[in-house]
Write a protein that binds this ligand. Structure first.
Ligand code: DC
Length: 230
């Protein structure tokens, strides 16, 4: 019988650091499920925009969340996202939703609702969840915590290459990332910070294969430790 325990792996970091790519590849390798917590904030943001709920109105946003069904379905290239049964995977990546998600994620009540849903999703272990507060708030006991970072210029450049739709020049993409970073890092509720026990990987000068190798090594070491202590 395999002694391999199903772990919880938390990957946090700023936008464009490569979290989703790493999470998807690691999940495929380990046979785990990868869950993008940011997609949940995005889905709620889309609903708020569509229903005219103000992004400052915490009570109304919370009520909106409570009446919503947000489902994440792992796929090889990320998550398919369903909002109240409708596939919104593409729509939630648009700039207006990106901006709205960043704004509504400052509210403690909204965050508490999200965290509760995310804990339910990860209760069985064998998951990789990525976001901003996974290692600090959602799964503070996660066996593996990775904080993936990279210089803003590099993150902006990667984002631009992912979606060179021509509508935004690279400088605008970098400016948008910096603004979201500022909001994520300075908000009072669960700001983006590495957990004290997170391994920080700065991927500025690394390829995805190198990042993957680091993450695999960290995970293998933890699996071994767990097997030894049962
Ligand atoms: O990871 P992402 O870019 O899809 O996240 C969208 C927004 O959601 C991001 O600006 C901050 C917020 N977010 C958060 O506050 N906490 C998380 N765990 C994940 C995302």
């Amino acid at each position: 019988m395999s002694m391999r325990k199903k772990l919880v792996i938390a990957i946090d970091g700023p936008a464009g650091a490569g979290k989703s790519t790493l999470a998807a590849r690691l999940a495929q390798k380990l046979g785990y499920i990868n869950l993008e917590s940011g997609a949940m904030y995005r889905a709620l943001a889309l609903k708020a925009l569509a229903s005219g709920v103000g992004l400052e109105d915490e009570a109304a946003l919370l009520a909106l969340a409570q009446g919503s069904r947000i489902e994440l379905q792992p796929a090889s290239d990320g998550n398919r996202v369903r909002l109240d049964g409708r596939d919104v995977s593409q729509r939630i990546r648009e700039p207006d939703v990106t901006d709205a998600a960043s704004k509504l994620s400052v509210h403690p009540g909204v965050r508490a609702w999200m965290v509760a849903r995310q804990r339910e999703m990860g209760a069985q272990g064998g998951i990789i969840m990525e976001g901003r507060d996974i290692g600090t708030k959602v799964f503070p006991d996660a066996e593996v915590k990775i904080f993936l970072d990279a210089a803003p210029e590099v993150r902006g450049d990667r984002r631009f290459r992912q979606k060179p739709d021509g509508s935004l020049p690279p400088e605008a993409v970098i400016a948008e990332l910096r603004e979201r970073d500022r909001r994520d890092r300075t908000r009072a509720a669960s700001p983006l910070v590495p957990a004290p026990d997170a391994v920080i990987i700065d991927s500025t000068d690394m390829t995805i294969d190198e990042v993957m190798a680091r993450a695999e090594a960290i995970t293998a070491a933890r699996q071994k430790q767990k097997a030894a202590t049962h």
